[in-house]
Design a protein around this ligand. Structure first.
Ligand code: FEO
Ligand code: CA
Ligand code: CA
Ligand code: CA
Length: 593
């Protein structure tokens, strides 16, 4: 790939200091603009946002809640435009609705505020700035939510366990839930991971799926009470409905009439996201994390090869690549502590292809529907909550954010890939560091595929970053001097600029400051120099990030501002971004003044 230190990769800046301010802070010389917020109009006919008179019908046409993944694609016809795709992971009802709002309105709006948004954006007057296109002048704007149609595709589609009273074919699902991170495919579609889908289902686990549902944390109980509006959210009414979530969704933002697909070939787990690269042999390879303490990193390799000719026909063929191939899970081996590095070799263990299961006693559909249980049988490495896993387009290495694991060293024994069992944390901004059990600050893992072949079976790995306050003895920043790095805690989503620098957004900082966005060179003398580029509002996690193809704009997506214990609509710790008395999750653009 082309290496460019122009724009974001070459920006010199003074790092943002850790803070607890209720705003987006960027370095001097940069501007941060709000691009779109919860409630803004997306589809034609959408009413203006009115927080005191919310309706499900309005919410289904407005920008959803808790934006997480951000992808920007070229506009198909207009030079000055681009297409922004975001997802909406979940809702914070206590922050969204004035106390006393009708319970059915709360549920209906919450359901409509999940999902995905496609929004046309236009270059602004300042270099690197963007604004929303006038909704009336758009053709691609679209909202997908709990009421939208999705098609189950791939080898497990149509399995009996995917059938319900509403869908006798086991191929058509209403809605997508808890979409966390995602990725832009080389053929110009967006992948989005259905993550903590377990929390939406009520009732008790059906006896026939007791072990299967338990492995996914589907515990029933109160859920979100949605079954009073849609009976399918009770497992007593629809025992199979939970099998219809937990997939990777593919959306074609260029066709507003297309039905997004749920890819069974990529397995079912708490998908953080999926990122596709093209291997040296032309196969499409998707890297994926299962975000749970002690769960695994996965990889899919396509059967077919990528057609890079750029024609309409090629795109159509490329859109079939995720339907057939082989699904793998990762096992890591350490090479010992003598070298004072957390590193070693790894192996991809095959679970199934589209036609053959490699797990004894399980069919292909069994493996794809209950991927965690299939993986358990081949002894992969239990990781510290694998989040985004993405290939650096400049150096070809794979970077995985392992956000934290409070149970490492207790429930989960340490190993060389998951070595930290005691962490230094901070309870207040000026409090001293204190010890806490487990891995609290997370890692960034770097994997180098054997023979530079992403479709091969082996790789080398090392922990590039052991996150935390640089004053904590356990931290490691790829040998960069610790007195010259920003503290970083709980890496979550990753992105790359044209120079191959890694950009990391954080979620859940345990150093008593707000989450933020960090840039880290991956090569050269500054490898490991973590610098904080932005901090997000109080109570928010950062989300995004995305570096525009022209390197002029950094997109970030502050999610759940004001999410603190005991907060209510009337009593909130954040009113970002508009001082309206309540916060609005929003997408922000950052660019040089
Ligand atoms: Fe929704 Fe794994 O973060
Ligand atoms: Ca070692
Ligand atoms: Ca995430
Ligand atoms: Ca997160």
């Amino acid at each position: 790939a082309a290496v460019s230190a122009r724009g974001a990769g070459g920006w010199a800046f003074t790092p943002v200091a850790p803070n607890r301010d209720d705003k987006v802070t960027v370095p001097r010389g940069f501007r941060a603009d709000v691009l779109i917020s919860w409630g803004d109009r997306v589809e034609k006919g959408a009413p203006r946002f009115d927080v005191r008179n919310q309706t499900p019908e309005a919410a289904a046409q407005q920008f959803g809640y808790n934006n997480d993944y951000v992808g920007v694609l070229p506009h198909p016809t207009k030079q000055k435009r681009a297409v922004l795709v975001t997802n909406h992971e979940y809702t914070d009802e206590n922050l969204m609705f004035p106390t006393g709002t009708d319970a059915d309105v709360v549920k209906g709006v919450a359901m409509a505020s999940h999902g995905l948004s496609v929004v046309e954006i236009v270059r602004g007057a300042r270099k690197g700035s963007w604004r929303r296109a006038k909704v009336a002048n758009t053709t691609l704007n679209r909202r997908l939510h709990v009421g939208s149609d999705f098609e189950l595709v791939g080898p497990a589609a149509g399995d009996d366990r995917l059938k319900t009273s509403e869908d006798a074919t086991g191929t058509t699902v209403k809605g997508t839930l808890n979409n966390c991170s995602g990725g832009r495919t080389p053929w110009g579609t967006i992948l989005s991971g259905e993550e903590n889908f377990n929390q939406y289902f009520e009732g008790t686990r059906p006896a026939e799926y007791e072990a299967e549902y338990a492995r996914y944390g589907i515990s029933g109980g109160a859920g979100r009470g949605w079954s009073s509006i849609e009976p399918r959210f009770s497992m007593q009414n629809e025992p199979n409905e939970p099998y219809r979530f937990g997939w990777v969704v593919e959306l074609d933002p260029y066709d507003p009439t297309s039905t997004p697909r749920k890819h069974t070939m990529l397995g079912r787990f708490k998908h953080e996201g999926a990122n596709v690269t093209i291997a040296s042999n032309g196969k499409a390879v998707a890297y994926m994390g299962d975000d749970e303490r002690g769960d695994y990193i996965y990889r899919f390799v396509s059967a077919g090869t990528f057609d890079g000719s750029g024609t309409r026909k090629a795109r159509k063929a490329n859109m079939q690549l995720l339907l057939t191939g082989t699904l793998y899970v990762a096992r890591f081996a350490g090479d010992g502590a003598e070298d004072e590095r957390y590193d070693g070799t790894g192996r991809w263990l095959p679970l199934c292809s589209d036609t053959e299961s490699f797990v004894e006693g399980m069919t292909v559909a069994d493996v794809l529907l209950n991927t965690r249980l299939a993986a358990d049988t081949v002894s992969p490495t239990r990781m510290d909550r694998p989040e985004d896993v993405e290939v650096n387009p400049v150096n070809g290495r794979v970077y995985a954010a392992l956000t934290n694991n409070s149970n490492r060293g207790t429930t989960f024994p340490a190993d060389e890939a998951n070595p930290i069992t005691t962490s230094q944390v901070r309870s207040a901004p000026d409090a001293p560091l204190t010890s806490a059990s487990g891995n609290r600050n997370g890692y960034v893992l770097e994997m180098t595929p054997g023979n530079d072949n992403h479709a091969g079976t082996d790789f080398q790995w090392s922990l590039m970053l052991v996150c935390g306050d640089p004053e904590a003895p356990e931290t490691y920043f790829a040998d960069f001097p610790k007195d010259q790095v920003s503290p970083i805690s709980c890496p979550d989503n990753v992105a790359f600029d044209g120079a191959g620098n890694l950009w990391i957004s954080t979620d859940g900082n345990v150093l008593a400051s707000n989450d933020g966005l960090f840039r880290v060179p991956t090569r050269g003398p500054n490898r490991g120099q973590v610098q904080q580029f932005a901090s997000t509002p109080f109570g928010a996690e950062c989300c995004g990030p995305f570096i525009s193809d022209d390197q002029l704009t950094v997109f970030l997506a502050p999610q759940h501002p004001g999410e603190t214990d005991g907060a209510t609509f009337e009593d909130q710790s954040s009113t970002w971004p508009n001082d309206e008395g309540f916060p609005r999750p929003s997408v922000v653009t950052v660019y040089r003044r």
